[in-house]
Structure formats: structure tokens, C-alpha cells
Design a protein around this ligand. Structure first.
Ligand code: DGT
Ligand code: CA
Ligand code: CA
Ligand code: ZN
Length: 590
């Protein structure tokens, strides 16, 4: 069992206990342990196998340790079975909806007998919920919206979740008898924000029942959907579906291209082929003689001209190789006909991270730990951008405390040679577009990030004005997570991004690609538009811990999907050039 699965089960147990109304301290203990498990870099299964004492982990006591060992060793948890005999497990899904917490879930269950999202939708639409104590008309509307969001995303996984889940499966498949060259195709290879299912390819001579058996016997398989000669599909315990295809060597590149997609890209490529009298499919590229009817040929009829490698497929079609992140049929096919595509930004190009939090607000690591971690990642600079006070629940930095933080930054800076720490804040954009910080402090900062964290259901025109007004403040450098979306949880707020991006261009403000895999905000489409308008994009992690600084790679993938090159990205600038950029609006005043 993976760490993520252990964490998910303990989290579920905590939800059920909370619905049941158990002791808040116990529930908190579970939640803290979940956080520890999520943050571990080593597999718990290895620790248990080695007989390590799990109670030495932070927030893991005797009970929790016993739970984890039981889960790892048996795949089940007695305590969860006991609790779910009292509280229906399906209620956990309700808790995940925005506008429904454990208390409300309990109320819905006890008063109306609601146990599933479907039940809840029926009750909401029948008007039975608004009469319950604690449910206003507005919260009913909100819950209906979040049910729609849930439906839209259900079954899709964040790419970061898939990254964690498939590592062990890939390792397992590399040991399959007679198989080699395991590759992941599909939306995962294109690095999309969310993934429907994973498409695995392996080399193997057909038929290959041993490879299929090896695949379906992987430890985390919950259900085998199909297992044929060339194709199999399983559902993992996490709910993730994985397709496997066994491909003979001569077709591997063609299959990799075909199953990488996207479907729209494939269609455009097939048209290019047709114009040249070629046929391309998952088996290869074929030249058809004039006397055959293209509608009436077998998969491998005609003269095979390519297929063993992906490069050979593109070459046979007279195209440059197209990076998977660009294969969405947004002009890449035509461009690749003309010659090599421009280089995309890469993780190595990133010189600094300009949005992160420390223990001065809601981060988990100190200024020093964050700075050292950035240095270890090879950066030349970072910006410490803790929250402003409007976010009271996270202990934002007041104007009075700002100077104390700067003292600490100066002290830490003295001990660091290779990296420059910029004084920054992530300042809240208030309802009317004013900033949640005094001008005096804003002027003293090196860099100002501004973001919306409240009143997100504002009307489109007002929200657009609000954000543009904020960007007009002469000290503002970066607009943080511009649309506020949380993948699979919250839609972007209503905002006219075209106007916002044009204002960013006119005001010379950069826009963020927030690399948190739950956000990836801006989207690829908006980030691409920023590039077209000449707006600088800053790829930031918004990390609240040292580990999450590694989310940078997700932001870079998102930027690549938006066609961004090094020159489009603010934080690829060398330190000196970036310092010059910070001075770009010197002389303008508020
Ligand atoms: P997902 O799984 O929803 O995140 O998205 P994909 O892109 O991984 O889609 P999936 O798993 O249904 O199929 C994998 C690839 O196989 C897809 O990107 C392109 C190719 N493919 C699937 N069905 C078709 C089709 O009907 N026509 C063409 N040309 N390609 C297809
Ligand atoms: Ca897929
Ligand atoms: Ca698939
Ligand atoms: Zn934020």
C-alpha cells in the first residue's frame, strides 16, 4: 500500500469520526498523522518491513502506528470497519463538497436520511434542505454548484496524484517477463493538469500472456477490467484506471505517438499523411499503392516506411518532432511541417522562486530553511511572500511585524552567499481593489505579489475591475493565482482574463503560473495568451513547506503546455537582470 493510500484511508476515518461526533482531540490526532504521512519521502511499507518504530514520526502515536502497520500488512483497517458500521462511508463524499462540512453532513443524514451525493441532489432540488436549521438559501445554491463541479471532475486525478501512484507500477512492469521499454502515453505524457486514465505501453512479442498476468497481479490492483492478448485494463485501489498495451518492436514508436494523443492532434497528423499518400496508425506509417482503396485495407497493408521510433514517424511525414506537451492541435502540426519548433522553457532555466510562505504566516518552514532549500535547488534568488493580515486565520503579517521579518531576512542573508532573498508579501486584494497593506510597507518591499483570497463569488465586471484596480498600484509586480481555481474542487472565479492580461501588459505587471498541482493557475490557454500579449509569466510554487518547492516542475510543465519559452518567463532572468526589472517603474508614484 502506498503512502497516499494510507493517508487517504486515515483521512476518511477522521471524516467519519467527525461526522459521528467523536472527541475533537482524537480527530485532530488523525489529521496530524495524515499530514505526516503525506509529507514522508520514504515508503511506509519499507519502514514497516524494516521493523522501524513509526511512533518516532511526528504526530504518530501508538494507535496511529498500529493502524498504519495493520494497513500495510493486511490492506484493511478494523477500526474503519467498526466506524463505518455506525456511519455510512458514502457520507465522506458529502464532506468534500464545498458548503458541507462534517456537521452538516451529519444533519443531512439524521434529518433527511441523505447518505450519497445523489440523495443530496434530490433533497436539494425538492427544497427539503433549506428548511433545515443551519442551511440558508445561499448555502443550498452553493452546494448544488459544488455537486456540479464534483460530477465534472469525478474520476479524474491530479497529475501529482498520478505521479505518486504509478511509480511502483512502472517499477513492477519493468520486471515483467519478456517485456521492456515501459512508457506512459496519453494525457499523462502530455502533462495535462488532470488525468482520466493512464495509458501504459510495453515492448513485447505477441501473444504475451505472461506480461498480462504480471500486470494484473500487481499488488495495488483492486479489479481487473479486461486482460486480452494485447490489451488489458485494471482499476487500482486508489480508483485510478490503467490501460496496458503490449506492442511489437516494429510498431512501438507509432503506438507511442498514437496513444499519446491528443485525439485532435492525431486527426490533424493523419490528414498531413493522407495528402502525401501515406497512412498512419498505431502500427506504423504505410505507403499505399495506387490501386488499393484506402477504405478497404488491413491495419498493416502497404509498404511500411516508419514505426519503430516516434522520431521515425514524424520524419516520414516530413515533420519536426513535436514535444508531447504541445500535442493538442493548436497549430503545432502546421508549424512542425515548416521546421523545428522553438525551444520551450525547462526546469533548468528557472533561476528563482518568487512566491512562498514561511512560519511568519501559514508556512511550515523558517525563512532560513526555505532559503537554504532554494539554494539547494540551484536557484540564485527567492522571494519570501507571506500573507497580509486580511487572511486572519493564517496569521498574516501586519505592517508592524513586517520590519521584524525583514530583520530576520537580513540575518539569514548574511549566512548565505549563493542566493539572494527578496523581501516580499502576498498582499490580499480587498473588495474594492485596494491592497491590504500600507503604502509605506509596499514601497519598502523588493517585490509585491497581489492575490484574491476572499469574496470570490463576485460578479464578473466587479471582479475584473477589482483585480485591475489592484494591479494599478505602482508597487505591484506579480498577480498571484489569477483565477482562483482549485482543480476538482472550485471553478475559477468570474473574471474577464483578456482585460486583465491587457492591463498587465499596459502596466508591466507579471502574471503567475501557480505551480501547486491543485491550482495550475493560469491555465495553459490563458498563459499562452499572456505570451502573445507580451506579458511576463512568473512560475512560482506558492510553497508552504520545503518539499513543496519541488512543485516547480508542475508549473514548468504548465508553461510548456502554453508554448512558453525561456524569454517569456520572468524568473528565468539572471539575478542582475531581474533586479533591473524590479526597478522598471521607478519614478512612478501612487
Ligand atoms: P484522459 O485519459 O481522459 O486524461 O485523456 P487521454 O488523452 O489520455 O485519452 P485516452 O486515454 O482516452 O486515449 C489515449 C490516447 O489514445 C488519446 O490521447 C489519443 C488516442 N486515441 C484514443 N481514442 C482515439 C480515437 O478515437 N481516435 C484517435 N485518433 N486517437 C484516439
Ligand atoms: Ca488516458
Ligand atoms: Ca485510456
Ligand atoms: Zn494565495
Amino acid at each position: 500500500m502506498e503512502n497516499t493510500e494510507v493517508a487517504a484511508i486515515l483521512d476518511e476515518l477522521a471524516d467519519l469520526l467527525e461526522i459521528k461526533g467523536s472527541n475533537p482531540f482524537r480527530i485532530r490526532a488523525y489529521r496530524n498523522a495524515v499530514r505526516t504521512v503525506r509529507g514522508l519521502t520514504r515508503p511506509l511499507s519499507a519502514m514497516v518491513e524494516a521493523g522501524e518504530d513509526l511512533t518516532e514520526l511526528p504526530a504518530v502515536g501508538k494507535d496511529l502506528s498500529a493502524h498504519i502497520v495493520e494497513l500495510i500488512q493486511t490492506g484493511a483497517l478494523t477500526r474503519l470497519d467498526e466506524v463505518s458500521a455506525e456511519v455510512p462511508r458514502s457520507l465522506v463524499q458529502l464532506v468534500k463538497l464545498e458548503g458541507v462540512g462534517p456537521k452538516k453532513a451529519k444533519k443531512l443524514w439524521e434529518s433527511l436520511g441523505v447518505t450519497t451525493i445523489d440523495d443530496l441532489e434530490v433533497a436539494l432540488k425538492a427544497g427539503r434542505v433549506e428548511s433545515l436549521e443551519g442551511f440558508a438559501k445561499t448555502s443550498v445554491k452553493k452546494i448544488l454548484t459544488s455537486i456540479e463541479d464534483f460530477r465534472r471532475y469525478s474520476g479524474r486525478f491530479l497529475i501529482s496524484q498520478v505521479d505518486e501512484l504509478i511509480g511502483p507500477l512502472l517499477a513492477h512492469m519493468r520486471d515483467a517477463p519478456g517485456a521492456c521499454c515501459v512508457e506512459v502515453a496519453g494525457s499523462y505524457r502530455r502533462r495535462k493538469e488532470t488525468i482520466g486514465d493512464v495509458d501504459l505501453l510495453v515492448h513485447g512479442e505477441l501473444p504475451a500472456p505472461e506480461i498480462m498476468d504480471h500486470f494484473t497481479s500487481f499488488g495495488s490492483v483492486k479489479r481487473v477490467v479486461s486482460a486480452g492478448e494485447t490489451r488489458g485494463a485494471v482499476v487500482l485501489r486508489s480508483g485510478l484506471e490503467v490501460d496496458l498495451r503490449v506492442i511489437p518492436e516494429r510498431s512501438f514508436g507509432a503506438a507511442l505517438h498514437y496513444f499519446t494523443g491528443s485525439k485532435e492532434h492525431n486527426i490533424a497528423v493523419r490528414q498531413i499523411a493522407q495528402r502525401q499518400g501515406l497512412r498512419v496508425n498505431e502500427w506504423g506509417v504505410f505507403r499505399l499503392s495506387d490501386d488499393v482503396d484506402p477504405e478497404d485495407v488491413g491495419k498493416e497493408d502497404g509498404e511500411r516506411v516508419a514505426g519503430e521510433t516516434e522520431a521515425s514517424v514524424f520524419e516520414a511525414l516530413g515533420m519536426a518532432w513535436v514535444p508531447p506537451v504541445l500535442r493538442e492541435n493548436r497549430g503545432e502540426v502546421e508549424l512542425a511541417r515548416k521546421g523545428p519548433l522553438q525551444d520551450l522553457v525547462s526546469l533548468d532555466d528557472i533561476q528563482g522562486d518568487l512566491h512562498m510562505h514561511s512560519t511568519w504566516s501559514d508556512g511550515k518552514a523558517s525563512v532560513e530553511e526555505m532559503a537554504q532549500a532554494c539554494e539547494a535547488r540551484g536557484y540564485r534568488y527567492l522571494a519570501l511572500s507571506d500573507h497580509s493580515p486580511a487572511l486572519a486565520m493564517v496569521g498574516g503579517i501586519t505592517p508592524e511585524r513586517a520590519a521584524d521579518q525583514w530583520e530576520e531576512i537580513a540575518r539569514v542573508q548574511e549566512g548565505l552567499e549563493g542566493i539572494k532573498i527578496f523581501k516580499s508579501l502576498e498582499v490580499d486584494i480587498l473588495r474594492d481593489g485596494t491592497l491590504d497593506m500600507t503604502d509605506e510597507v509596499l514601497e519598502a518591499l523588493d517585490l509585491v505579489v497581489v492575490s484574491v483570497h476572499s469574496l470570490m463569488d463576485m460578479d464578473r465586471v466587479l471582479m475584473t475591475d477589482r483585480v485591475i484596480t489592484a494591479m494599478q498600484h505602482p508597487q505591484v509586480d506579480i498577480l498571484g493565482h489569477p483565477t482562483g481555481r482549485l482543480l476538482a474542487r472550485r471553478e475559477p472565479f468570474q473574471i474577464e482574463m483578456e482585460e486583465v492580461l491587457q492591463a498587465a501588459r499596459d502596466l508591466d505587471v507579471a502574471v503567475e503560473i501557480n505551480s501547486n498541482p491543485h491550482r495550475l493557475d493560469l491555465s495553459d490557454v490563458h498563459a499562452h495568451r499572456a505570451k502573445e500579449l507580451g506579458v511576463k509569466v512568473s512560475i512560482n510554487t506558492d510553497a508552504h513547506s520545503v518539499q513543496r518547492l519541488d512543485h516547480m516542475s508542475y508549473g514548468v510543465d504548465q508553461a510548456r503546455r502554453a508554448w512558453l519559452s525561456k524569454g517569456d518567463v520572468l524568473n528565468t532572468m539572471p539575478l542582475e537582470q531581474f533586479q533591473e526589472w524590479l526597478k522598471r517603474r521607478e519614478g512612478t508614484t501612487s
